[in-house]
Design a protein around this ligand. Structure first.
Ligand SMILES: [Zn+2]
Length: 278
């Protein structure tokens, strides 16, 4: 521990940290106790694109002690319109490296663990178990990976935030083991046929900001243990009309992974290879 520990207030944050997190500490539902929970938390962000960029940055700014970043990709110029954790000088760099540097500059309190690999049925459990992450952010851009994250979280009993964005639309929900439906309760499998990708369909850059920030909010609320999460509900956002809709959803007893007679007992990669919702 550093010598500047704030002994006056009997806590283990330095004066600098007390100042950095002062607007959190002022909150009744956070305080020093809550900030300590945030510091002790480990969040895995899968995908450092449109959704993962703002999610990881807000989690880092908030002081989440350990942030895992998983992404196999390198930064492309066409990413920069929405993937705000990366800068022009990062083009060509692995996304996890670029994101790690941004986080280090933002908040040196955060320990960043990187996984520069494509998340698959073969490695996802190992990645989640690597730091025994408390909460997972689904920031991926394709349906197979979204189902994989869901299945891994259900089987490993880990909470996660799902989000998807395309054009001017977004949706998000939170899964907490035992507390509500999973993603597969709503969408049994990737949509058949060729769904449009962001590359084909486009996406307004800010959509990742709106939805990814909600995902970070859910993670922080889960860590702090207050408020109402988006469990048993899906929130949709239409930027063309500025309509947010919170629709109640229930567990599907016939869900293939969290239902009464699950048939998905081990992880597998869904085949539908196309569709980016980032
Ligand atoms: Zn389910």
């Amino acid at each position: 521990m550093e010598s500047t520990v704030n002994e006056k207030k009997g806590n283990d944050f330095t004066n600098e940290q007390m100042e950095r997190y002062s607007r959190h500490i002022l909150l009744k539902d956070v305080g020093v106790k809550g900030q300590r929970k945030i510091r002790n938390a480990k969040v895995l962000v899968i995908g450092t694109g449109g959704l993962g960029s703002p999610a990881a940055m807000y989690l880092a700014a908030a002081g989440v002690g350990t942030i895992g970043l998983a992404d196999f990709d390198v930064v492309e110029l066409s990413n920069l319109q929405r993937q705000i954790i990366h800068s022009t000088a990062d083009v060509g760099k692995p996304k996890v490296q670029s994101a790690k540097e941004t986080i280090a500059a933002l908040n040196p309190d955060v320990r960043v663990v990187t996984y520069q690999e494509r998340v698959t049925a073969a490695n996802i459990a190992e990645i989640i178990r690597d730091q025994d992450y408390d909460f997972i952010i689904d920031g991926v851009d394709n349906f197979p990976a979204k189902f994989l994250i869901n299945d891994a979280c259900v089987l490993l009993q880990k909470p996660f935030s799902h989000a998807g964005i395309i054009r001017f639309f977004g949706q998000t929900m939170t899964y907490v083991p035992g507390a509500g439906p999973c993603y597969r309760c709503l969408f049994d499998a990737p949509p058949p046929g060729v769904a449009p990708t962001c590359r084909e369909a486009g996406v307004l850059g800010v959509m990742g900001g709106v939805l990814g920030t909600i995902q970070a909010t859910e993670a922080l609320k889960y860590i702090l243990g207050f408020g109402e999460l988006l469990t048993g509900a899906i929130l949709t956002f239409d930027a063309t009309t500025m309509d947010f809709q919170r629709v109640k959803i229930s567990r599907n007893r016939k869900c293939r992974i969290c239902g009464e007679n699950p048939t998905i007992l081990e992880l597998f990669d869904e085949e539908s290879p196309v569709c980016e919702t980032r």
